[in-house]
Write a protein that binds this ligand. Structure first.
Ligand code: SF4
Length: 560
């Protein structure tokens, strides 16, 4: 493996083809074009090169969201988006919010303003970013799908580029005949928008201490399915949000069901700061679908797609410093989600656009130092996006003591511009809230028997993974790095009951009988992974690190 790496030099590199980077790349290309039109020949930015790398096999393959789009950023980025056939799906025709118990429901007499979606559109985010990707390429941006950024390249403390992963390494770390070394993509500025808990963003945060003085990030996991209806039925455009069942008072989260033409998009969001080591978000999602309110909507429909993804919920106080010499953080990588509205796409797009405006200034000054790039967080704070995030700065943290207390806090926060009774509210990393079996259930407790999926409304994890289109090269090193395997085999089973087997929504972690018949052991099936990042976030010992597998591997989301 001594072949020299290819080097590719560009001016601006975006990492991750989600709404943040695609909006940023498109806006930057537009700004440069507008600048060049006003400049004397030869005095413009004609030679600026912009590249974007994406680990999925194509743009959109790893992109998943609920999703209801607030078009505010889209209208700024592409004012004629309707004429350009933006895939906006169905306009929201009505909202309702229910509190569920196991067998019944209570419809709230009014919809809390943050959940009012009048004027918004139901979309498939994976389809939406495919459309954005076409516009970006048409603007001359070089878009490389199937290339996973695995390592940040620094000169001193200045980010100078990204190394992409080698392809064709076998599970013993030896080159296969198809081996191709990764590429060093060198850039004057790198914009990281890899999505939630991005591995490159994580490297930057750790190396440069970008989270110093910030509240810990907290997360939720969204598990989602898309169902196809036999024909368009009345009620298209309907939006349902739920609280309560199947989650308990102590757990943060809720369900959703969106009716878009001939499809139903439904899912369950579960805060990754729960206490019960046996809690299984996928299983809870199956119970959610079995509730009469949801099951009645699914009658006659068939499962078409499945996916899962974590989302950053910590809000304003948990956002890391988003600028440094040679780099910016945008979108979910910067923690830009409004968890009260269950929305982040419009914030991701706006952050990409503001990063583009900052990068334009840096290109004009030929200065990519953190002094110039510090304009980005100032622009963000002054924008509608920054103000929106500031108003919900304590939302998730308000639920630390459960649903009822959280709803009271949310009401108070809405009345006080986000302040609530204390500002900022204290917070701690979600994995620290998980309690050992003995403390939570009592010594010797075991999880209830596995879910008996009926194959009609409810499905086991492996069946669901099939519907995510997930595919990895099997003969490659595991992309789930365990820093201390003894903890997983000896200590964790006793103390927490191997909670990875429960919180992973893709059956990657399995407890199986040992070959010698002496007890059980943890088996890891990396090729099932849907890249949700939950194990890296929620493992109580923090010994699991998710790293990108060979580029192109992972889910293949189409309508999610
Ligand atoms: Fe998610 Fe980790 Fe399971 Fe992959 S292995 S699906 S990242 S929990």
């Amino acid at each position: 493996m001594s072949e020299p790496r290819e080097r590719l030099e560009v001016d601006v590199l975006f990492v991750g083809a989600g709404p943040a980077c695609l909006s940023g790349a498109l806006h930057l290309a537009n700004l440069i074009q507008a600048h060049n039109r006003k400049s004397l020949p030869g005095k413009g930015l004609e030679s600026v090169s912009i590249a974007l790398i994406e680990k999925g096999r194509e743009v959109g393959a790893h992109t998943l969201s609920g999703a209801i789009l607030d078009p505010i950023a889209l209208a700024e980025l592409i004012p004629d988006y309707r004429e350009r056939n933006a895939p906006l799906g169905t306009a929201v025709s009505g909202d309702s919010v229910y509190y569920l118990t196991e067998g019944s429901r209570f419809r709230l007499p009014w919809v809390p303003p943050p959940l009012n979606n009048h004027g918004n559109s139901l979309i498939s985010l994976s389809r939406f970013v495919r459309w954005l990707g076409e516009l970006v390429e048409a603007r001359g941006v070089d878009l490389f799908a199937g290339f996973a950024g695995t390592e940040l390249l620094f000169e001193g403390e200045r980010l100078v580029g990204v190394r992409t992963g080698d392809k064709g390494i076998d599970r013993e770390n030896r080159p296969r005949p198809s081996w191709e070394p990764g590429v060093d993509v060198l850039a004057k500025v790198v914009v990281l928008g890899e999505g939630v808990h991005g591995s490159l963003a994580g490297q930057a945060v750790k190396r440069l201490g970008l989270d110093r003085g910030k509240a810990p990030q907290v997360y939720a996991l969204g598990v989602k399915e898309v169902w196809e209806l036999p024909e368009e039925s009345p009620g298209t455009g309907e939006v349902i949000h739920t609280l309560g069942y199947p989650l308990r008072q102590e757990e943060f989260g809720g369900g959703f069901l969106y009716h878009m033409g001939r499809t139903l998009s439904l899912g369950l969001v579960v805060g990754l700061d729960y206490k019960d080591p046996f809690l299984d978000p996928h299983r809870q999602f199956q119970r959610f679908k079995s509730h009469p309110l949801i099951a009645s909507r699914l009658a006659g429909a068939r499962l078409a797609a499945y996916g899962a993804k974590a989302l950053p919920e910590g809000g304003h106080y948990a956002m890391p410093r988003s600028y440094f010499d040679g780099g910016l953080l945008i979108g979910d990588s910067a923690g830009l989600v409004n968890s009260m509205r269950l929305k982040g796409i419009h914030l991701a797009m706006k952050s990409g656009m503001l990063a583009a405006e900052t990068v334009l200034e840096a290109l004009l000054k030929d200065d990519f130092s953190e002094g110039t790039l510090s304009r980005y967080p100032r622009l963000l704070a002054r924008s509608w996006a920054g103000r929106e995030l500031y108003r919900v700065r304590n939302f998730h943290q308000g639920f630390e003591r459960g649903l009822v207390w959280g709803l009271l806090q949310a009401g108070l926060q809405m009345a006080t511009g986000g302040r609530g009774w204390k500002d900022p509210l204290p917070s701690r990393p979600g994995h620290r809230r998980m309690r050992p079996i003995a403390a939570y259930h009592g010594a010797g407790a075991v999880p209830s028997s596995p879910l008996q999926a009926d194959g009609k409304t409810t499905f086991d994890k492996l069946t669901n993974v099939y519907y995510s289109g997930t595919r990895h090269e099997e003969d490659q090193p595991s992309h789930l790095r365990i820093s201390d395997p003894r903890i997983c085999q000896e200590r964790c089973p006793q103390e927490f009951g191997s909670p990875c087997q429960h919180f992973c929504p893709a059956n990657v972690y399995e407890v199986v009988p040992r070959e010698d018949g002496k007890g059980r052991r943890l088996q890891i099936n990396p090729s099932n992974c849907v890249h949700c990042k939950t194990c890296d976030i929620m493992d109580p010992y923090q010994v699991i690190t998710w790293v990108p597998p060979e580029g192109g591997g992972g889910p293949n989301y189409v309508n999610l």
